[in-house]
Design a protein around this ligand. Sequence first.
Ligand code: FUL
Length: 474
Amino acid sequence: MKRIATLLFLTCFFVQSKAQDTKPFGPVPSARQLQWHQMEFYIFTHFGPNTFTDLEWGKGTEPEDMFNPTALDCRQWCRVAKAAGAKGIIITAKHHDGFCLWPSKYSTHTVAQSKWRNGKGDVLKELSSACKEYNLKLGIYLSPWDRNHPKYGTDEYNEVFVNMMKEVVSRYGPLFEFWWDGANGEGPNGKKQIYDWHRFEQTMRTIAPNTPVFSDIGPDIRWVGNESGFAGKTNWNLLDTAGFSRGAGGPSTDTLNSGNENGKNWIPAECDVSIRPGWFYHSNEDDKVKTPEQLFELYLKSVGRGSALLLNVPPDRRGLINEHDSAALAGFRKLREESFKTNLAATARKEIFYDNALFTKQSFADGNLKTFEKNIDYKHTAYWLKFPAGQTVNCVVLYEAIQYGQRVSSFSIELLDGVNVLQKITGTTIGRKRIITFPSQKVTAVRFTVTGSKSPALISEIEAYNIDEKLVEN
Ligand code: FUL
């Protein structure tokens, strides 16, 4: 009788929670941010005069003719990006040296003044049409710091920057991301530019309302606080920005790395990192390209911590992605494909236990990220993947339904053999996606429990894998 009553209660409890409209909790992502969260992995291309001078920060005095790729082919960049499984490309349309890779009306330091293709070339045009051809999304990096523009350091420069944004958005959009770099190396005796950030932001909202904007502190995407490609193991998509400014006046790098648990704004972190030591191409770094295994580790520490991986792959002086880099990228793709090919949850017996009573509704492992379990009393709820015949497991992937806010603050994963707990792993945040790896264990069950949550936890998916042991994160 008691068991029947419990089952009846549970049926009402879950069915009711499904029928009810799920309410958002705290800050939630905007539509443009939600779209961006699906991007996961995309390519950064640092390209410009520095490619030819071997510098990282050009001075802005380089003659335009320095820019002269001998065999530029943006379709090749797209083929490499596509083969790597990347979903888009962000290009440095203008780096700190001020050189514009498109023929801007608002500068005399552009491709139009160079001898490359007799001043008729336009890298952005070529890349935007190649991206369309290969079904990749395009993003644009535009450095506010400009060491060339004569107006830099005066109020009129704000107008120039706004005009350039309008120019690139209208000519080469739609864009999946716009990148404002916070770097400035002018020093105490250099030019001081008071940026009109408010106007910049208003401009972007007006001309490209669906394009999320990156800077150290958003408005839509934040810097992760390092250029090594890793987000914090605790990674909140929330950030407090009041009192902070872009560049040197930003929050501490630790805060950027893990966000603010109770932050007032939804501003997720993006992990920008280069496949080589430098951001621009230098031939003496050809033997320092990261290996597929190193790239996989970066993937675990960025995408696998609820962030995104913006991997820089700088074209060389020919204007092509170098063979060293494309080989590493192909290897990286293969590792991801092999690792995540067989989701063991698909064939597991899936059960939810609420206060030790079995409940068989199982949308937490139905292969559909759109469905989720809502657990009002998460502390008494255990999600099970059962493998009665035994199964080797070393990776669990968790997803939270972030469209309703980020909620989970702690969880545990127990690996069981019969009734024996072989290993208990604890973690903090989940976010869009959390990949946990551990030394291989032969188990008969994996038990997942939310141990802390700001509001009923919404788990959309739990996956389990047996990846190559050497890829397990240390
Ligand atoms: C930094 C810049 O100074 C580097 O040159 C590079 O563009 C990197 C992505 O951002 O702030």
